[in-house]
Design a binder for this molecule. Structure first.
Ligand code: GLN
Length: 478
């Protein structure tokens, strides 16, 4: 029996190389877990039917003496990342029948590395949302409490790692979609620097914010996966290799935007947990500096709507997904898009078209872009005397499925995560403990929900995030 709960990439690597178990054994263990849990959690939209064949190929490579960090490691892939010959739908009816004709760059790298793809995971349609409730294929549940959401938009990836249905997973982050579900599911999620990982083969949501990144059980696993997928790519002209961090430049100062944290709306238990974390870091010898950060939600959503409306214009229902026949081509489009896109997607297309329309462009989109440039400059200044910024990942704990019916209250939950995407900074969410759920019936008393904190670093500062993350894991005893 392989103890999947305690398994890490390093442990799996050692066991595979020493023939303690084979890749086939390992893949079978995950398939068994998926069989047991996926019906309830709905983390996977599809489990691939050739997992064991893939495992055999990796076993053969190990038998020949190859030993790469990810050789034979089973992972889950978010449904907006293309794998040749496999369905990729972005959890939308509009792309229900789409089969990818090429590999995303990250997939090409993972194939070379010998990773085993278990399946594709559920998400909010086109990565728009914060809870995976906007999927056209049902909500993903939180493994800690199945009456609650797993967070989003990479909810399937986070839920699968958290419930041992995958060792690690890939997600994508436009405004928090890796970090947010990671916090809700008690796992680690890294949003790399914008351009740090190629977007070639990632379905575009907000092209100037999107980035692919790892979701894992601990920092080391996230780091191993990131090291394999990162780097320049001729197929994505926005990729960069930037490293700003050197050991000698570290000041041991952490900035905390108390102005945002002390606002109304932050759950008292999250605040309590956060204040404890701040003390932990003071105990480790870090200086905490009070910094001011603006609330960037309006700026984020204006740019998000604008780019979403242009990016999604290409999906017309003619070839790949839901199609409705009208009297002419225009009616075909109207009917297909009306029925093929979910409510939130249609809302953003409409609002995006509005903020880009003649007469309003300058008041909304133009102004947001100018504010974005100003914010970038502010951040250069902010990082001149701190190394990292610390916040909770989410202002509220995982909510009940269906509890948030108005879009605005869901947008507010992104307050701490969107800033990193606007500026392009790397950020990580780390599990920071649990909170008790009150008011439960006797049988369920003692149920706990995971909480998360977020660190942001300056561009190219992933190593610093890994370093501080490992220190935090050490004091938490993870
Ligand atoms: N919750 C944010 C949004 O709905 C972020 C989504 C994401 O990162 N893909 O836009």
């Amino acid at each position: 029996m392989i103890d999947l709960k305690k398994l890490t990439i390093k442990k799996a690597r050692k066991a595979l190389d020493s023939k303690e178990f084979s890749v086939v054994d390992l893949a079978q263990a995950y398939l068994k877990e998926i069989e047991k849990k996926n019906k309830e959690l709905n983390a996977y939209l599809e489990v691939f039917d050739d997992v064991l064949e893939q495992a055999k190929v990796s076993d053969a490579r190990i038998a020949k003496g190859e030993s790469l960090p990810l050789l034979g490691i089973p992972l889950a892939i978010k449904d907006n990342i293309l794998i040749t010959g496999r369905h990729a739908s972005s959890a939308s009816k509009m792309l229900e029948n789409y089969v990818a004709s090429y590999d995303a760059t990250v997939i090409e790298k993972l194939k070379k590395a010998g990773a085993v793809f278990l399946g594709r995971t559920n998400m909010d349609e086109f990565a728009l949302g914060s809870s995976t409730e906007n999927s056209a294929f049902g909500v993903t549940k939180n493994p800690y409490d199945i009456s609650r959401v797993a967070g989003g938009t990479s909810g399937g990836s986070a839920s699968s790692v958290s419930s041992d249905m995958a060792l690690v997973a890939l997600g994508s982050d436009t405004g928090g979609s890796i970090r947010f579900p990671s916090a809700f599911c008690g796992v680690v999620g890294l949003k790399p620097t914008y351009g740090g990982v190629s977007r070639n083969g990632l379905m575009a949501a907000t092209s100037s914010f999107d980035v692919i990144g790892p979701i894992a059980k601990n920092i080391e696993d996230a780091e191993i996966l990131f090291d394999v997928i990162k780097g320049n790519d001729v197929l994505d002209s926005t990729t960069i290799t930037e490293k700003t961090y050197t050991k000698s430049s570290v000041k041991k100062v952490i900035g905390v935007p108390w102005n945002l944290i002390n606002q109304e709306g932050l759950d008292p238990k999250i605040k309590e947990n956060f204040e404890k974390v701040v003390k932990d870091f003071e105990g480790l010898g870090y200086k905490i500096k009070d910094i001011k950060l603006p609330n960037c939600l309006a700026l984020y959503y204006i740019i998000n709507f604008a780019e979403v409306s242009t990016n999604l214009a290409r999906f017309d229902g003619v070839r790949y997904g839901l199609h409705k026949n009208g009297k002419n081509l225009l009616e075909d489009y109207l009917l297909s898009k009306g029925a093929g896109f979910g409510k939130e997607t249609r809302r953003r297309i409409l609002l995006g078209t509005y903020v880009l329309s003649a007469g309003y462009y300058d008041a909304y989109y133009g102004k947001a872009q100018r504010a974005r440039v100003a914010l970038r400059k502010d951040f250069v200044k902010i990082f001149s005397d701190i190394d990292l910024i610390l916040t909770p990942t989410s202002p509220i704990p995982p909510w009940k499925v269906g509890e948030k019916s108005d879009p605005l209250s869901m947008y507010l939950a992104d307050i701490f995560t969107v800033t990193a995407n606007i500026v392009g900074l790397p950020a990580i969410s780390l599990p920071s403990g649990f909170m008790d759920v009150e008011g439960l019936p006797a049988g369920q008393a003692g149920k706990k929900l995971p909480l998360g904190i977020q660190f942001m670093a300056s561009h190219g500062g992933e190593d610093l995030l890994f370093e501080i993350g490992k220190k935090f894991e050490a004091i938490k005893g993870i």
